[in-house]
Every structure is written in structure tokens, then in C-alpha cells.
Design a protein around this ligand. Structure first.
Ligand code: HGY
Ligand code: MN
Ligand code: MN
Length: 407
């Protein structure tokens, strides 16, 4: 089981920034190259590969009984700016490695096993995550997806032109009988497994993400000429809102409430010019829907109060407000049995990060397999899981897929 390590290294070099960071934004030149690379590895071992119209890519190991709903696994290869090389990619390349591992042991699946490479799990391009899996589960319609504009003002239709994906956007939505089960392999993106010295995390619940876009318009003006009591400084309003984001999460009744102002831009960005405009994107999550929604409402009220007091015009747009996903007990048990067969330690846990599995859980029984990552770091160049940790995850996935696809 050495191939995956070299393949992950090669994949990491397909990036818009110098190593050790990785930047691979969906529908970019790097994304196109990475897709081609992975598809080549799949066809090398005889998997049947197809894409849907938005670029979700299905790499299928035909089972003896082709008509049965398949067993799915997979994740994403798009990477946010200056991030790491393991987020998502271990689930895509680990799915392929698990199939090779099962082939080498002479296993022949009853049900087909399919590695699914999702399009646009990260929100970088359009501000919303899980574009491909939202469309697969029908939570996002083609009409809504076609309205998205990226940071350069380009829409989905224009961006898709450079790819020759199959089918139409209307055909992307998959039926509830397409998969019998879906198991995603991913790094934990948190410190728990490493701190507790455990090999495998088995995900029971995936936290509920939400995100907001806030545009502010103030007055602007000369930094020397406008006295303090005459200002309508959009930059200061944005700063106050960003601190409110942090405070609301800290003061929440739940330790699982997390909130981040991940984007904060001001205009015109000149040291001697009072910020006239500001733009924020805010990410707010909790594992509990009610707590998350209350924090969201509190935040909207605070934004209103800050802008009224500062005489700033504001536009607040909700980008997404998703429910948490509950994972399937039968699959959790299958993963646990696989860890026991391999003599690995494991624990059941929630996922604070969201994943495509958040949406796959809407169309079929779903769970996730986590492995530790060093210091829990992710979305950062220092993201790292050891080859041994990856191999334990792949073998756990392989035995789980074997159990699920054998009947
Ligand atoms: O942000 C997330 O939770 C995921 O890594 N996209
Ligand atoms: Mn991520
Ligand atoms: Mn991910």
C-alpha cells in the first residue's frame, strides 16, 4: 500500500501556490489537471468513469450484481487557498487505494463500489460549500446554481464551458436508490484522535454550517480632513461586527458554537482614505440546530444595531443555513467491526467540519471514517497525517466497503 503516498505527493504539486501549501480552486486549471490525474489512475485499474454535468466524477468497480444499488465512498480534491494536501484528497485517493487493496486480496464485490469525487466541496469559488453534493441530493436546483457568480463575476455555465462533463444539470440529482450506503474517509481536522492516541474516528453526526455575506456602505473621505465626529467609517463598522461574531460564539450556551469572519475587505484601501465600503463573509456553526439558529439571529440583530448607531448602510445575505446530519448506526457498526478486525482503536465522534457526507446523508445511509491529523491542524500548510495513519484509514475503509458490498 505505497501507491497512495506518492499519488498524494504528486497531487499536492498540482497547485496554484508553491509547496508545502496547496491551492486548488474548483474549475481552475489546477482542478482540471488534478481531475485528469485521478481519472487516469482509476481507468488504469479498469474502473468505469463517468461525470455528471457539474463535474461530480463517479469511478465504479462493477459488482457481480450490477443492478443492485452501489456502495459509495469518496470526497473532494478542491483545496482552499494556501491550505494542506490531505483535506478531502485522502478520501478520494483513499477510496481508490481501498479498491486496489480489495482487488489484491482477490475480493469480488456483489454490489458495485464507486469512488465519488465531488465538485466544489469548498466554498472558495462561489461562497457556498458542497455545490456538487447539494445538487446530487436535490437541495440545490440547477436554476439556483446557475445564478451563482464567482469572485470574478463568472457564472457556473461559463466556468463549465472549459470542461466536457456529461449530461445536463437537470440530470445531476440522484435517486435515493442509487447508493445502498456511503462512507467518506477524511482527516479529522481536529485534535481529539491524536490527543487520545486513537487510530480511527467513526462519525455519528456532522455539524450544521451556515454562512452570511455582509456589505457595508459608509461615507469615506480624506483621512486628514474629516474630523472623528463627522465620519461614517465602514471599516470600523466591519471591525465591530467581526468582534461581535467572535463574542456571540464565545458567549453561546454551547461549546460547539464556532463563528469566523473569514473574509473582511475594505475599499478603497488607501492609508489616507476613510473606508467607504466593507465586505464580510461569516461562517457560523454548531452541532445543535437551535443553538446555531439563535446565534445567527443574535448576529443579525447586532449587525443592525452597529450599522444604525454608526449610520452605515448594510445588506445582509444568508448564503446557507444547513441542518446537521445524523449518521447511520448500521454503518457505524460496520466501521467499528472493521477497526476491531484490524486491531485498531476507535471512538465515535461528531464532525465539526462539514463534508459532502452532510448532503449524502439526505439520499442514503452515511457515515465517515476519520484519521488523526497532527495537532488537529487543517486548512493550513502544516496539515499532516502520517503514512501509517493513512494506511489504517484505508484498510478500515476497505474492510467496511467489503462488508457492505458483499450482500
Ligand atoms: O469548512 C469546512 O468545514 C470544510 O472543510 N469545507
Ligand atoms: Mn476543507
Ligand atoms: Mn474536506
Amino acid at each position: 500500500m505505497q501507491k497512495i503516498h506518492k499519488e498524494l505527493e504528486k497531487l499536492a504539486s498540482i497547485s496554484a501556490c508553491p509547496t508545502p501549501s496547496v491551492t486548488r480552486i474548483v474549475f481552475s486549471e489546477q482542478d482540471a489537471k488534478a481531475r485528469e490525474y485521478f481519472i487516469g489512475l482509476c481507468t488504469d485499474i479498469g474502473l468505469k468513469v463517468r461525470t455528471d454535468a457539474v463535474g461530480n466524477t463517479f469511478c465504479r468497480w462493477e459488482g457481480k450484481n450490477k443492478d443492485l444499488p452501489a456502495i459509495g465512498t469518496g470526497s473532494h480534491i478542491d483545496a482552499i487557498p494556501e491550505s494542506g494536501m490531505y483535506d478531502g484528497t485522502v478520501g478520494v485517493f483513499g477510496g481508490l487505494e481501498a479498491i486496489r487493496y480489495l482487488m489484491e486480496m482477490g475480493y469480488e464485490p456483489e454490489r458495485s463500489i464507486e469512488v465519488l469525487m465531488f465538485t466544489s466541496e469548498e466554498p472558495t469559488r462561489f461562497g457556498i460549500g458542497c455545490l456538487g453534493s447539494r445538487m446530487l441530493c436535490g437541495q440545490l436546483s440547477p436554476e439556483e446554481a446557475l445564478k451563482f457568480k464567482d469572485f470574478d463575476g463568472r457564472g457556473l455555465a461559463e466556468l463549465l464551458e472549459r470542461f466536457d462533463f456529461d449530461g445536463t444539470l437537470d440530470e445531476v440529482k440522484m435517486g435515493n436508490d442509487y447508493y445502498d450506503a456511503f462512507v467518506e474517509f477524511h482527516i479529522e481536522q481536529g485534535p481529539i484522535l491524536e490527543k487520545e492516541g486513537l487510530d480511527i474516528g467513526i462519525v455519528t453526526k456532522i455539524a450544521a454550517p451556515s454562512s452570511l455575506r455582509v456589505s457595508l456602505i459608509g461615507q469615506g473621505g480624506h483621512a486628514g480632513a474629516v474630523l472623528m465626529d463627522k465620519r461614517r467609517d465602514a471599516g470600523c463598522a466591519a471591525a465591530e461586527i467581526s468582534l461581535a461574531v467572535e463574542r456571540i460564539a464565545k458567549e453561546s450556551t454551547s461549546p460547539d458554537t464556532v463563528a469566523t469572519t473569514g473574509i473582511l475587505d475594505i475599499k478603497p484601501r488607501a492609508v489616507n482614505s476613510i473606508p467607504k465600503e466593507a465586505y464580510l463573509e461569516i461562517d457560523l456553526r454548531d452541532t445543535d440546530l437551535e443553538v446555531r439558529d439563535k446565534a445567527l439571529e443574535d448576529l443579525k440583530q447586532e449587525i443592525e444595531e452597529i450599522c444604525k448607531r454608526r449610520n452605515i448602510e448594510s445588506t445582509v445575505e444568508l448564503i446557507n443555513k444547513d441542518s446537521p446530519a445524523i449518521c447511520e448506526t448500521k454503518l457505524i457498526d460496520a466501521v467499528e467491526a472493521a477497526t476491531k478486525e484490524l486491531g485498531l482503536t476507535s471512538k465515535k465522534m461528531i464532525s465539526r467540519a462539514y463534508h459532502d457526507s452532510l448532503f449524502m446523508a439526505q439520499v442514503c445511509p452515511t457515515t465517515m471514517i476519520f484519521i488523526p491529523c497532527r495537532d488537529g491542524i487543517s486548512h493550513h500548510a502544516d496539515e499532516y497525517s502520517t503514512p501509517e495513519q493513512i494506511e489504517k484509514g484505508v484498510k478500515t475503509l476497505a474492510l467496511t466497503l467489503k462488508t457492505l458490498s458483499s450482500k
